[in-house]
Design a protein around this ligand. Structure first.
Ligand code: BTN
Length: 277
């Protein structure tokens, strides 16, 4: 990191929710952004707000979380220096599969990363890992946890996004089984948390619209952004492990593999190993 970027780091990590609201109102729509210094889990906070009839696109973020939740009931270690926020998506009665939404959110985060880097005069090379991790060649950069609520056929989804902005300390790294990376390690750019939130919400609005109108397009662009087509992988899942070549994403967001025993479709997995080429 150069000296100027180092000096900017602290202020770049501050989030001014009213500024995000103002920028988004100009660009997109009126939304409510709640930002806290600390939360147990922003997904949990937003679930409570959803139960109290909060409107779609309500956002809750926090500078740190004490009980951050990850997929498969894992913890999401959330020290200061990361981005943690959740968005309420009110999907209503929909023909588009809600199980494709986590991939849709992943695609939005992937695009936002590339856009933000470009706007700051640099580049970053993320890729998507099924079902909803954002990686670089150095490790996991961001994760997504979507929690769905159904009421009389009306679907709502809490989409929670966690992204490492600053490098994680050695102590924190020890708590995480995967290789991890952060924005600052990936590119020496003047990243800001607020800028990232605005970019993600802008991309998410477009991708959610596309999910409603043309979910097929989400599946096609997702597989391109994963770079996984025709790659051989091993998936740890019920009845598995399964080894095969990635064919694509099915209607429900499941992974389609071509194996020596034929085509199989995996809807939930504990882990994926990629064969290095
Ligand atoms: C994963 O396991 O990869 C998903 C991690 C999702 C973490 C985010 S941080 C913001 C939101 N609040 C939570 O408690 N979890 C999600």
């Amino acid at each position: 990191m150069n000296e100027t970027n180092q000096q900017n780091t602290d202020s770049n990590l501050l989030v001014d929710p009213s500024r995000i609201e103002a920028v988004l109102k100009h660009l997109l729509r009126s939304i409510n952004v709640h930002w806290k210094e600390s939360s147990e889990s922003t997904n949990r906070d937003l679930l409570h707000l959803a139960e109290q009839d909060a409107p779609g696109w309500t956002v809750v973020g926090a500078d740190s979380q004490t009980g951050g939740r990850g997929r498969h009931s894992r913890a999401w270690v959330s020290p200061f220096g990361g981005l943690y926020f959740s968005i309420l998506l009110r999907c209503g009665v929909t023909e588009s599969p809600v199980t494709l939404l986590p991939l849709t959110v992943g695609l939005a985060v992937y695009r936002a990363l590339i856009d933000e880097a470009r706007q700051r005069g640099g580049e970053i090379h993320p890729r998507l890992k099924w079902p909803n991790d954002i990686l670089t060649e150095n490790g996991k950069l961001a994760g997504i946890l979507c929690e769905a609520i159904e009421e009389n056929g009306n679907w709502s989804v809490i989409a929670g996004i966690g992204m490492n902005i600053l490098p994680l300390s050695r102590e924190v790294r020890r708590l995480i089984p995967d290789e991890v990376t952060s924005l600052v390690e990936e590119a020496d750019l003047d990243w800001t948390k607020s800028g990232m939130v605005v970019s993600i919400l802008r991309c998410l609005e477009e991708e959610v619209e596309q999910w409603h109108q043309n979910p097929e397009d989400i599946r096609e662009r997702w597989i391109i952004a994963s770079g996984m087509k025709d790659r051989e992988i091993t998936v740890k899942a019920t009845g598995g492990p399964f080894t095969g070549k990635v064919q694509g994403i099915n209607h429900n967001g499941g992974l389609v593999l071509s194996t020596p025993r034929g085509i199989i479709e995996i809807n939930s997995a504990e882990g994926i190993k990629e064969k290095h080429v």
